[in-house]
Design a protein around this ligand. Sequence first.
Ligand code: NAD
Length: 443
Amino acid sequence: MALTVSVIGIGYLGSVHAACMADLGHTVIAVDVDAEKIAALAGGHSPIYEPGLDELLARVLPTGRLTFTTELADAAAADVHFICVGTPQREGEPAADVSAVFAVGEGLAPYLRGDALVVGKSTVPVGTAAALRARMQQRALEGVSVRLAWNPEFLQEGHAITDTVSPNRFVYGVDPRTRDADVALLDEVYAVPLSAGMPRIVTDYATAELVKVAANAFLATKISFINAMSEVCEAAGGDVVALADAIGADERIGRAFLGAGVGFGGGCLPKDIRAFMARAGELGADQALTFLREVDAINFRRRSRMVDLAREELGGSLRDRRVTVLGAAFKPDSDDVRDSPALDVAQACRSAGAKVVVHDPKAVGTARAAHPLLECTEDLEAALRGAEIVLLLTAWRQYRDMDPGWAVTLVETPTVVDGRNALDVGSWRAAGWRYRALGRPTI
Ligand code: NAD
């Protein structure tokens, strides 16, 4: 049965969630405090780059099932309210800032109907759901018993639409007092993917909150593990790509997330592992997660190693040298530059005196907003022209498919440092490039 749902917080997660819910047949009221974002989306323009989102908006907007507002009160009619606001790292602290989650919950509470369900999707420290429910109850109308579930989101930017409508699992963290009714309502929301056989795991609030941060901690650890092997390969003269292929062939290990390079970034993994450590500390379980400190440290060392490699290739100094950085987004198929390794390396080269030009096919706008002093362009030819070194830092298909024979005619010195182990070494070398990469032997 089609429901009326509200989606509150229309960022990388919420904009996709809102459009997908409307596509599944629900009536969606999308709410955000950012009036510009709301106006753009209402006009059919996605303020973020996510493959397929503009097309999805073009399909659902004419149905009238997706509307946008800046007023939380407009969400009152919804049967289900999804909280999708940001939970960034607190300024100067590892812990998460969950103030937006509480602001939305408390703001929504007086408008809640007794039969409506509030569903948290934001990634939060364990214990948030229980605290939020209590605070909402204090502000709810007399006679209304607040219903809250936690349904963490596992989407990956770049595949967000598919991940939203066909995730590999749904997790419902529910209150035991209203468990059956809450599960039944969430099952109605996700009736289409559930009918296709998507598994769902029903659990308590704490486990649902922990599932999300545990998954991100595991993925971050896997990336840092291969990057630690990369450091050892560099010291010993081994090849981390062959090593990853060989260990990844063991199905107990798996090849996914064993891409050695400049490491992870974005609006989730870095802040989520830090918030997880901070929360474990508050709970007296800090020892259990001290390894994540090392995971974070390995990740940062890869960025420094990239700058050192560039310096080494340029004869010991970056001062006044023309450096081209390929990629600004933290990963391909996204314009998200939050904690982007590429921009971090670009900024470090600039601080060391280099003349840096950053290219990205989709993230120039977000990169300029984050680093106004960095020179950024969408013109690949202009970015490469005159380069004394090229650093590949985001594995966009455009770079992987680039003809090295064409690129070599543009640069001043044909040296490339492949920070994602994404290029075909043989064809780049055959076209006359000096090829360096993290964790691979120099020839
Ligand atoms: P984001 O910063 O892109 O979006 C957050 C949105 O919330 C913004 O549009 C902001 O204006 C809005 N907002 C803030 N306060 C508000 C309020 N009081 N009322 C209404 N709107 C408000 O963040 P995001 O990447 O979409 O992440 C949202 C949450 O989802 C985070 O907890 C994140 O960890 C989690 N998550 C994100 C992803 C991802 O790939 N981006 C994946 C899974 C989970």
